[in-house]
Design a protein around this ligand. Structure first.
Ligand SMILES: Nc1ncnc2c1ncn2[C@@H]1O[C@H](COP(=O)(O)OP(=O)(O)OP(=O)(O)O)[C@@H](O)[C@H]1O
Ligand SMILES: [Mg+2]
Length: 158
């Protein structure tokens, strides 16, 4: 294990859509060590789902390959890397634009990257055509004291 982190896990699975739920639940279970709220956990699950679905549908285009996930904890921060060795992305800036999709026929809305960006604190995409794609996302789980303060503020505003 890298000593710069408090904890680390790796997951590899075949690019079948049934494994999307497995990945989402596994990462949520790992992230729960940071004591997230239901909402924070749900943000992480949604972002993981989007990234894994992209590997399966776009990276491997439904042929079989391996999807890898590495998750690391440091303090109250979780870093999640999700990668494939599939076809890669030609222009990352364009791919990240809201509503941009190369598969409109498959009822894709082109919102995956936008959702990941909004639900996590940071999101980075690295890709090489023909070699694959890696998405790295981080989320900082709020300290309990901050959660209590926010709850109190909400209560006072009511
Ligand atoms: N892992 C990947 N490998 C290859 N291309 C990718 C990968 N992830 C995303 N892309 C490309 O980036 C585009 C935008 O991805 P994004 O997730 O934002 O939208 P989408 O998957 O097309 O639609 P949605 O996520 O809303 O169902 C995709 O249409 C695809 O061309
Ligand atoms: Mg997508």
């Amino acid at each position: 294990m890298n000593e710069h982190f408090d904890n680390e896990m790796k997951l590899e699975f075949v690019s079948k859509s049934v494994n999307e739920a497995f990945a989402r639940i596994s990462i949520a279970a790992f992230a729960s060590q940071l004591d997230p709220t239901i909402e924070e956990l749900s943000d992480i699950k949604t972002a993981v789902s989007e990234a894994v679905t992209n590997c399966i549908i776009h990276g491997y285009e439904n042929s079989l390959g391996i999807v890898k996930i590495v998750a690391k904890l440091k303090g109250k921060e979780i870093t999640i890397e999700i990668s494939d060795e599939g076809k890669g992305i030609e222009n990352i800036d364009i791919a990240k634009e809201p509503l941009y999709t190369t598969k409109p026929d498959l009822e894709r809305s082109g919102m995956g990257f936008t959702i990941m960006e909004n639900f996590m604190d940071s999101m980075k995409v690295e890709s090489i055509v023909g070699l694959g794609t890696k998405v790295t996302m981080t989320k900082i789980i709020k300290e309990q004291i901050k959660k209590d303060e926010d709850e109190m503020k909400e209560f006072i505003n009511c």
